[in-house]
Write a new protein. Structure first.
Length: 251
C-alpha cells in the first residue's frame, strides 16, 4: 500500500514538472490546470519541490529550479552529441549569420538540444529543450526520412497529421513522398510549415549504417537576405562532416 502511495505522489510530481514544457514560469492556477491536479495539491507539491531545488519561486509563481538544470547537463549521450556538434554549428553560424539548430527525434517530436541565434535573433517557435511535431520541421523530416521503418510507422500512427500553418503537410501520402525526396537529396526543407514567415533547411547526422542519429539545420526569415537554396550547400557539407566525426568518436 505504501509503495502504491509513493508511486502516486511521484506521478503527481512528474506531472507538475511536465507542466513547464510550454512556459518558463507558471502561476498556481496554471500549474493546477496544466498538471490536472487540484489547486491545493499543486500548491503543496510545488512547495516540496522548491525545498528540493527542483522548482524556484518567481514573481509570477514558480519556475524550474537549478537542480534540474544541473541534472540535465549530466545526460551523457545527448551532452556528448551537443559537445561534438557545437564547433560545426558555430562554423555554420559564421558562414550564414542565421539561426543554427541541433535536434534529435523523440517518437513523434523533435527535441532541440542546442540553438545558436547570435545577435540578430530570428523569431522561431523552438527553444533549447523544447519540442515540435516532427513533420512540421526540416529537422524532423530529415530524421524521419533516414529512419526507414520508424518514418513509415510514425506516419501510419499519426493520421491525421497536426497542422501548425496553412503550409504544413497534413496528408500522410504527401509527407511520405517528401521523405523519399529528402532521402535522395540528403536535405530537408521547412517552407513556413512550422511558423509563418520562417523557412529552414536541415541535414541528417547519420550513423555508419545510414540511420539518422540527429539533425542540424539553419533557419531564416522567408524572403530575407538569404534563401534556403543559398544555405543548402553549407548545411549539406556541415552535416556530412559532423556525421563523419560522430562516427569516428562513436557518439
Amino acid at each position: 500500500m505504501k509503495s502504491s502511495t509513493n508511486d502516486a505522489v511521484l506521478d503527481r510530481a512528474v506531472r507538475l514538472l511536465d507542466a513547464f514544457r510550454t512556459a518558463p514560469e507558471l502561476t498556481l492556477d496554471e500549474l493546477a490546470e496544466r498538471s490536472s491536479l487540484a489547486r491545493s495539491t499543486a500548491h503543496r507539491l510545488a512547495g516540496q519541490l522548491v525545498r528540493l531545488g527542483l522548482l524556484e519561486r518567481s514573481q509570477r509563481g514558480w519556475r524550474l529550479g537549478m537542480a534540474l538544470f544541473e541534472l540535465g547537463q549530466l545526460v551523457p549521450s545527448q551532452q556528448r552529441l551537443r559537445d561534438v556538434a557545437l564547433a560545426y554549428m558555430e562554423d555554420l553560424y559564421e558562414a550564414t549569420k542565421e539561426t543554427v539548430q541541433l535536434a534529435v527525434l523523440d517518437e513523434s517530436e523533435v527535441l532541440y538540444l542546442e540553438i545558436i541565434s547570435g545577435h540578430r535573433k530570428v523569431k522561431t517557435p523552438s527553444r533549447r529543450g523544447g519540442r515540435m511535431p516532427a513533420h512540421c520541421t526540416a529537422l524532423g523530416k530529415a530524421m524521419l526520412a533516414f529512419s526507414d521503418d520508424v518514418g513509415r510507422s510514425w506516419i501510419a500512427r499519426n493520421h491525421p497529421l497536426v497542422t501548425r500553418t496553412a503550409r504544413t503537410l497534413a496528408d500522410p501520402r504527401e509527407l511520405a513522398k517528401e521523405l523519399q525526396d529528402i532521402r535522395r537529396a540528403g536535405l530537408a526543407y521547412d517552407r513556413e510549415e512550422a511558423t509563418p514567415g520562417l523557412v529552414c533547411v536541415a541535414a541528417p547526422l547519420l550513423t555508419s549504417d545510414g540511420a539518422a542519429r540527429a539533425a542540424m539545420s539553419v533557419s531564416m526569415p522567408a524572403g530575407g537576405r538569404i534563401t534556403p537554396a543559398q544555405v543548402a550547400p553549407a548545411v549539406r557539407i556541415g552535416g556530412r562532416a559532423l556525421s563523419r566525426e560522430l562516427q569516428r568518436l562513436h557518439v
